[in-house]
Design a protein around this ligand. Structure first.
Ligand code: IPE
Ligand code: IPE
Ligand code: MG
Length: 241
């Protein structure tokens, strides 16, 4: 069977806390180990020719976590941006962020902004970091923009199409994800890309994120290539196409 590569892969990187707890370590150690998985998975996806990788790194709901944990996560994020910069640039990776970026502390926002700008022309793979991201907040943002266009007489409501909405989401310009991976076994979306995941193939593994490495990508991609994506059609219609 010929294997089909997902163009856009989205990952809910879950289970850092459980990974740490199982080892009697503080949760922050789980996040540190998780950052190693990010490195490995970014490299692997790039190597395989994935066009876009979206990583759910911090949700709007995660702001409700204890301040010490949020602080550890923000510090880790800054370190990731600074330490990975050279390799990301070398691999031609373009870094983008989606989410309520203005809520991030300046010490994260600044180096992140520099990396996004400096990597703008890279064409190897898009690494899309979902930070302070919530799908419902993203939709509210889009609806407000469209509402504003109508209020100012620049748009007639009858011209609003699915594309109009897609174009106003933070992910504008990216294809919808083909494959969604969630680690650590939970069977929910946790406010991630609700619009964009309409026809995405889902793959859930019990493996905690810090243990998710290259071989796990192998398994997830193999599962994906065995899927029949019907998009509402019948199986027979697919064979005719
Ligand atoms: C995912 O791991 C990382 C973030 C949400 C930032 P968790 O921290 O949610 O780990 P669990 O779910 O508690 O094991
Ligand atoms: C989802 O994980 C958010 C990220 C992976 C960044 P959570 O651990 O926050 O999800 P819930 O709260 O268990 O659904
Ligand atoms: Mg979790």
């Amino acid at each position: 069977m010929s294997s089909t590569l997902p163009r856009h892969v989205a990952i809910i990187m879950d289970g850092n806390g459980r990974w740490a707890q199982a080892r009697g370590l503080p949760r922050a150690k789980g996040h540190e180990a998780g950052a190693e998985s990010v490195r490995a998975v970014v490299r692997e996806c790039r190597k395989r020719g994935v066009e876009a990788l979206t990583l759910y790194s911090f949700s709007t709901e995660n702001w409700k976590r204890p301040p010490e944990e949020i602080s550890a996560l923000m510090t880790l994020l800054k370190q990731y941006v600074l330490q990975e910069r050279a390799e990301l640039m070398e691999q031609g990776i373009r870094v983008r962020v989606i989410g309520q970026i203005s809520r991030l502390p300046l010490f994260v926002r600044k180096p992140l902004g520099v990396l996004c700008r400096d990597s703008e022309r890279n064409r190897g793979m898009v690494l899309n970091l979902a930070l302070s991201y919530g799908s419902r907040a993203e939709m509210v943002h889009a609806v407000r923009q469209i509402g504003q266009e109508i209020a100012e007489g620049r748009r007639d409501p009858s011209t609003i199409s699915e594309q109009t909405i897609s174009n106003r989401l933070y992910t504008a310009g990216l294809p919808d994800p083909d494959l969604l991976i969630r680690t650590s076994g939970e069977l929910r979306l946790s406010n991630f890309l609700l619009w964009q995941l309409a026809y995405t193939e889902m793959y859930v593994t019990e493996t905690h994120w810090p243990d998710f490495r290259e071989d796990c990508i192998d398994e997830a991609f193999a599962a994906f290539s065995g899927r029949r994506r019907r998009f509402g059609k019948t199986d027979a219609q697919l064979t005719e196409d």
